[in-house]
Design a protein around this ligand. Structure first.
Ligand code: GLU
Ligand code: ZN
Length: 493
């Protein structure tokens, strides 16, 4: 599927805070697009904001990319022809470009103070006019400049927007037009000379020869500015072409509000801790704005790559549905090879997740129960509660379960009969254990469901859990009988 012009896309997060699901979706769509077109994925770190960026967040980003299974062709740790890929190490490049823009008349110094700008904005608002920058400093003379500087004023550098309509065809939204009065001259260097996102992002996209920019809808308003900057960069011989743009739809969370970075529900770490599989999470996130087919929601990442076209992305906001995300994850858990499943459970089988003593954990016991658990989990962290009865010295009785199973009828009589029948049952087959409990129930006029509830609570602590007779077989005869004895004692007390 190789294209005439090789595809080059980029994923360029700023290392501020924890990675969030919106960011993951952007990474996924870029990665899938690059792989689908046998193109190049550039991973660039936009860390020019020293006040907000952190090394910890940078490390988390890399860790997240690896956990998700994304590879990149150029970027941190792999290098590439446009290195370095951390903007904090490219500062001299931006200074150089800013100077060329100034020299070419594409940018100018603006001496307006924050108060002056605010005053004029307010006046424009009152007059019902667009309130962007009014161009006052476009034509500052050398004399005025000297006077301003003598006054002690500092200046920022502004890019001069051409006074013309800007139209482009968004890969997701179709043709979009921006009027010049709504897209005014904008800052590219701060008063202290530090370059802004508005400069470094398109400059690097140009230098790194990015062909397609796929990013969130929140960045749509910066696109006409960047297109104008691109034109200047082409005239200066710095850029080769204006890339194509595709803006991915917003992701809505609870209450139909935009899912924000600060929303706890959006933190990638949360999904990792709860035991989402990367393949389950990516499958779900791919459906935020895209669909695989009308009747298929579950697919592998390779299947997604084979089908992914940016033109198929829907412009409408997508709704984040946690229930659906969990259901899809459950499906991917079921699809795992059982050995793989067992290995992936490992983090939840030890501290701080597991409540049992590490010495009481037995891998072969876990391997025996694992196939029964695999089909029942939405997320891997649920494994802990499902198997804790095997590794805790005593089951932890869930109070509601205890009341539900022991609070009516005659649990003492039932448990006493069941214990006697289990004692003589054949412990090498769950069928025989089931027959024992069934027979005990019959003696007391109870169906299997009612008869097994007290046995389940006595041995596992809860009314719901993994298939009971398989669980008891793995728990073993001695511990099962001892737990029934303990429950009888508790009932007698
Ligand atoms: N560093 C920017 C961000 O994280 C990148 C925006 C873009 O993709 O152009 O929002
Ligand atoms: Zn000004």
């Amino acid at each position: 599927m190789a294209n005439a012009t090789p595809v080059r896309v980029r994923f360029c997060p700023s290392p501020t805070g924890n990675p969030h699901v919106g960011l993951v979706r952007t990474a996924l769509f870029n990665w899938a697009f690059a792989r689908h077109h046998e193109g190049t994925l550039v991973f660039r770190i936009e860390d020019t904001d020293a006040a907000r960026d952190s090394e910890e967040s940078y490390n988390q980003l890399l860790d997240a990319m690896r956990w998700l299974g994304f590879d990149w062709d150029e970027g941190p740790e792999v290098g590439g022809p446009h290195a370095p890929y951390r903007q904090s190490q490219r500062m001299d490049i931006y200074q150089d470009v800013a100077q060329k823009l100034l020299d070419g008349g594409y940018a100018y110094h603006c001496y307006c103070t924050a108060e002056e700008l605010e005053e004029r904005r307010e006046a424009a608002r009152k007059a019902g006019k667009p309130s962007g920058y009014d161009g006052k400093c476009r034509a500052v003379t050398a004399e005025q400049k000297a006077a301003y500087e003598a006054e002690g004023r500092t200046s920022i550098v502004r890019f001069r927007m051409p006074d013309e309509t800007i139209t482009f065809t968004d890969l997701v939204r179709g043709e979009l037009t921006f009027q010049p009065e709504n897209v005014t001259d904008y800052g590219i260097l701060r008063a202290n000379g530090a370059p802004l996102y508005t400069l470094v992002n398109p400059v690097d996209d140009a230098l790194m020869e990015i062909t397609h920019i796929l990013r969130g809808e929140d960045l749509l308003s910066s696109t006409p500015r960047q297109i104008a900057l691109y034109k200047a960069l082409i005239e200066l011989g710095i850029a080769k072409q204006i890339p194509a743009f595709g803006h991915l739809p917003y992701v809505m969370g609870e209450g139909n509000k935009k899912l924000s970075k600060r929303d706890p529900q959006s933190s990638l770490n949360l999904y990792r801790e709860r035991g989402f599989l990367p393949e389950g999470l990516l499958n779900y996130l791919s459906l935020l704005g895209w669909s695989f087919s009308e009747d298929q929601d579950i697919f592998s990442i390779d299947e997604m790559v084979a089908k992914f076209e940016i033109e198929d992305v829907n412009a409408n906001p997508a709704r984040f549905d946690l229930k659906k995300c969990e259901a899809i994850n459950a499906d991917h858990i079921r699809q795992l090879d059982v050995k793989d499943f067992t290995e992936r459970c490992a983090p939840w089988l030890r501290a701080p997740f597991a409540p049992w003593d590490e010495a009481d954990f037995d891998q072969s016991v876990f391997d025996a129960i694992a196939p029964h658990a695999q089909s029942r989990l939405k997320v891997l962290s649920e494994i802990t509660d499902n198997v804790d009865f095997l590794f805790l010295k005593e089951p932890v009785f869930d109070e509601a379960s205890w009341t539900k199973a022991m609070g009516k009828g005659d649990p003492v009589a039932l448990l006493t009969t069941a214990r006697a029948k289990l004692e003589t049952a054949d412990w090498s087959s769950p069928e025989s254990l089931k027959e024992a409990v069934l027979a005990a129930g019959e003696e007391h006029g109870l169906k299997l469901g009612k008869a097994q509830a007290p046995v389940r609570v006595a041995t596992t602590g809860r009314t719901v859990g993994l298939p009971l007779f398989e669980s008891l077989e793995i728990l073993g005869k001695d511990r099962t009988l001892a737990r029934i004895d303990a429950a009888l004692k508790k009932l007698a007390a």
